[in-house]
Ligand binder design. Structure first.
Ligand SMILES: NC(=O)c1ccc[n+]([C@@H]2O[C@H](COP(=O)([O-])OP(=O)(O)OC[C@H]3O[C@@H](n4cnc5c(N)ncnc54)[C@H](OP(=O)(O)O)[C@@H]3O)[C@@H](O)[C@H]2O)c1
Length: 370
């Protein structure tokens, strides 16, 4: 695969204000409670009418026992993690109405609603928090009104009056094309009723993205965001084509799993795998990931950053908004250090060549369309 065919030219997306910005993990203790600006206000990114931080946080793990080992005893720390993020300028949080396993279904939305309500800091900051939730294309959601009801259920769970970004979690084009129109009309209805400030899609490939954009446009609804798996482990031709389409249509690309579910943190190895289904996946991919992990490590050391910070920064430099999942204060602190600096064009190329040398990539979401 020729490099030029699969990568867009590395571009700087965000102006850095200092190259020595480190994770607050390493701040001296007397500075611990000071909130350094992670980015300047003008570096916020537009998603339709919304201004969001150049990175958001993902909350799939908040309520998911099966894949992420969630326990309700983690809630206090998750709340502190949320507060720390908001106090440091993060105002975008991604969730979904299907997040939370078994009886914990909806837990991620519930927790986010609670954390917003109980946020003790500046009221204006609290008011600027943007929740991006995703509505599952369950087979029983066959009419636009069922999507409106799904939206109302999410609003009830979060106890909010309006959702920032209402997103379709996936397209049914691959297996139930007739349902697709109900999904799109559902987005239109939510928007027209003022239940969501902006609409987006997720797991839409290039063709389907253009179709939904054109359909919504004809109905007077701007498509504001497209969320796809996008990382140094998931940067194939489709991702780059989606990015180009987004740029030409004024859609913001949100990159999910920017840390490759944890593989791009450097903490997992073939002999140190996470438990559960992730272990099975990592076992397939981690052997052979050495060139990429070495490159991430080398750049991290040179720049006085950490591996996850470099991996997330790559997504930002590609002009996307990464939404790394966070499960602890420590992870949030570290990931905040992905902001406020940028990789050089040479470093971007070095990482991308190293990624190409790594034989196995992330498997794509089964719902991802062409
Ligand atoms: N639209 C969709 O279909 C879709 C699909 C997937 C995800 N998403 C969204 O994207 C978000 C992010 O993706 P993701 O959660 O799948 O994967 P990710 O962001 O690539 O990886 C997140 C995981 O990596 C580990 N981690 C994070 N920061 C770390 C750090 N600094 N040091 C060490 N470990 C760290 C944590 O797990 P451990 O500590 O357990 O290793 C964390 O849960 C999700 O939360 C969700 O909101 C959307």
């Amino acid at each position: 695969m020729a490099l030029s065919a699969s990568f867009s030219k590395p571009t700087a997306h965000i102006n850095c204000y200092t190259s020595s910005q480190n994770s607050i993990v390493s701040s001296p203790s007397f500075l611990k409670n000071l909130k350094f600006p992670r980015f300047w206000p003008w570096q916020k990114v537009k998603i339709g009418p919304l201004n969001v931080s150049p990175m958001g946080f993902g909350t799939w793990a908040w309520g998911n026992q099966l894949l992420w080992g969630y326990q309700e005893s983690m809630d206090d720390e998750l709340q502190q993690t949320f507060n720390l993020a908001v106090e440091n300028g993060i105002n975008l949080f991604d969730t979904a109405d299907s997040y939370g396993t078994g009886k914990l279904n909806g837990q991620s939305e519930k927790l986010l609603g609670k954390f917003i309500r109980e946020f003790q800091g500046n009221k204006q900051v609290q008011g600027n928090i943007v929740i991006a939730t995703k509505f599952a294309a369950y087979p029983w959601r066959l009419t636009p009104n069922q999507f409106v009801n799904a939206c109302r259920t999410s609003l009830d769970r979060m106890q909010l009056e309006q959702i920032g970004i209402g997103q379709l979690h996936w397209s049914t084009a691959n297996y139930a094309p007739l349902q697709e129109r109900a999904l799109w009309d559902g987005l239109v209805a939510m928007y027209d009723k003022g239940l969501v400030r902006a609409v987006g899609v997720s797991n839409y490939g290039p063709k389907q993205l253009i179709k939904v954009h054109d359909y919504l446009k004809a109905r007077g609804v701007p498509l504001c965001s497209a969320q796809v798996q996008f990382s140094l482990l998931s940067m194939g031709e489709d991702q780059m084509e989606i990015k180009n389409i987004c740029d030409s249509l004024g859609i913001q690309l949100i990159s999910y799993s920017p840390l490759g579910l944890g593989m791009l943190t450097g903490k997992y190895t073939p002999s140190n795998l996470p438990s559960g289904p992730r272990g099975l996946l990592f076992r397939q991919i981690l052997p052979g990931l050495e060139p990429l992990l070495n490159s991430l490590r080398e750049i991290a050391q040179k720049r006085n950053k950490t591996i996850p910070q470099v991996a997330i920064n790559w997504c930002i430099c590609k002009g996307t908004i990464p939404i790394p999942g966070v499960k602890s204060i420590k992870q949030a602190e570290e990931n905040l250090g992905a902001l406020g600096w940028q990789l050089t064009p040479n470093e971007l190329l070095q990482l991308e060549y190293a990624a190409l040398e790594s034989p196995r990539k992330m498997i794509q979401n089964i719902f991802q369309t062409s």
